[in-house]
Design a protein around this ligand. Structure first.
Ligand SMILES: *Cc1c(COP(=O)(O)O)cnc(C)c1O
Length: 381
């Protein structure tokens, strides 16, 4: 046995811990659960508990806090997306639940607008559903959606990002209107919409049948997520879960998307904390730490570090770092790569479609904002 030294638990394995200046990133670990969450998780270990019952009680508790009819803790928001599609296809028919992901004889098409395809929409297909695009790269209209509805359509999916609204795409309001006149359910990926608080559940209250939340963004273990929705749909989603597979002896596709009791309790504790947190303080802190990075990058010719002032969603505040390579002799890729080679390595990124380095403090331990600012500034010496 290796005796793992807590101060060097990763090094002892030969894995390299890094400084995370990107934000909540699944690839690096997603979140650092705060004390309240860790304590609740540890307390959960003190006993075994029937998982079906725990899921029901946890769901009721979260539904109550988020002001929606029903909720369910899932293995990440990704699993919520997979389970809801399975629920939409199989309903409460046990033979269909056991048939998926084979969809022979089962309606399986989910409409998604071309302008709102996104990285995680693959999760909607894993249970056997098929994504069918509507609209074009240009402006998407209600009639684009109306025309796309066919005999195999089971739902319309909408990815919502209030921090960067796309005015050429069909809005959720318009989507809900068309879908409701066609009696089709609407599923919403609102995984990152964790602030303002009312957004957690808002899309269900607007009329969607489902919205997922990624609890990695609120300090839960990153392996957890939430499905929020109507009582009927969430009850059907529960039939697809690992707990139902074991408890009811009906083998649904959700079996590999297991959660531990500690994780379920961790998600509950994180939601509870999030709804009682002083968000002004949280945002002030993110602003202050972002400004510390900026202050360390002032006065360097060709370097423009400015404050990102967004507070909506999971990426509150941050630093937009633009480097003029003609003046400095180095470009963004070089900076990102050099920081990764540093000791300790610092992870930053240029997001797809953007032309600046996007720094966020969510994943930084106290004081690391200074290390990040100084390490970047040293690249220009
Ligand atoms: C992170 C994220 C997901 C996936 O959530 P997990 O909890 O990591 O499975 C899905 N959709 C969006 C928009 C996300 O940001």
């Amino acid at each position: 046995m290796v005796s793992l030294d807590p101060s060097g638990i990763y090094e002892e394995l030969g894995a390299s811990p890094v400084i995370n200046a990107i934000g909540s990133l699944t690839l690096l670990g997603g979140s650092t659960p705060p004390t309240e969450v860790k304590e609740a998780m540890e307390a959960a270990e003190s006993a075994y508990v029937p998982m079906t019952e725990l899921q029901e009680r946890a769901g009721e508790y979260i539904a109550n806090l988020t002001n929606v009819p029903a909720a369910y803790v899932t293995s990440g928001a990704g699993s919520a997306l997979t389970l809801v599609t399975a629920a939409l296809m199989a309903g409460d028919d046990d033979s269909k639940i056991q048939q998926l992901p084979d969809t022979t004889g089962i309606k399986n098409e989910i409409l998604i607008q071309r302008r709102r395809r996104y990285w995680y929409d693959r999760c909607l297909e894993l249970a056997g559903a098929k994504l069918v695009e509507f609209g074009s790269d240009g402006k998407t209209t209600p009639s684009d959606l109306e025309r796309a509805i066919g005999p195999n359509t089971i739902a319309v999916h909408c990815f919502v990002q209030e921090e960067s609204v796309d005015e050429y795409s069909l809005s959720l309001e318009q989507t809900l209107k068309v879908a409701s006149s066609a009696h089709l359910p609407v599923t919403v990926d609102a995984a990152g919409q964790i602030y303002p608080l009312e957004n957690i559940g808002k899309y269900v209250r607007m009329g969607a049948d489902f919205q997922c939340v990624a609890t990695k963004y609120i300090g839960a273990p990153q392996s957890t997520g939430l499905a929020l929705g109507s009582k009927d749909l969430i009850a059907k989603l529960a039939l697809q879960s690992f707990a139902s597979y074991e408890g009811r002896k009906v083998r649904g596709v959700g079996r590999p998307q297991k959660l531990d009791r500690q994780e379920i309790i961790g998600a509950v504790a994180a939601v509870k904390r999030w709804f009682s947190l002083n968000h002004e303080e949280r945002l002030d802190n993110a602003e202050l730490r972002s400004k510390i990075i900026i202050s360390l990058l002032q006065g360097i010719p060709g370097v423009d570090a400015s404050l990102i002032t967004n507070v909506v969603g999971h990426n509150a505040f941050g630093v937009k770092l633009k480097v003029d390579s003609a003046v400095t002799g180095i470009n963004h890729d070089y900076i990102v790569n050099s920081l990764k080679q540093a000791n300790p390595p610092i992870w930053t990124r240029v997001r797809e479609g953007e032309e600046f380095i996007d720094l966020h403090v969510y994943g930084l331990a106290e004081g690391q904002e200074v290390i990040v600012g100084e390490a970047i500034s040293n690249l220009f010496i």
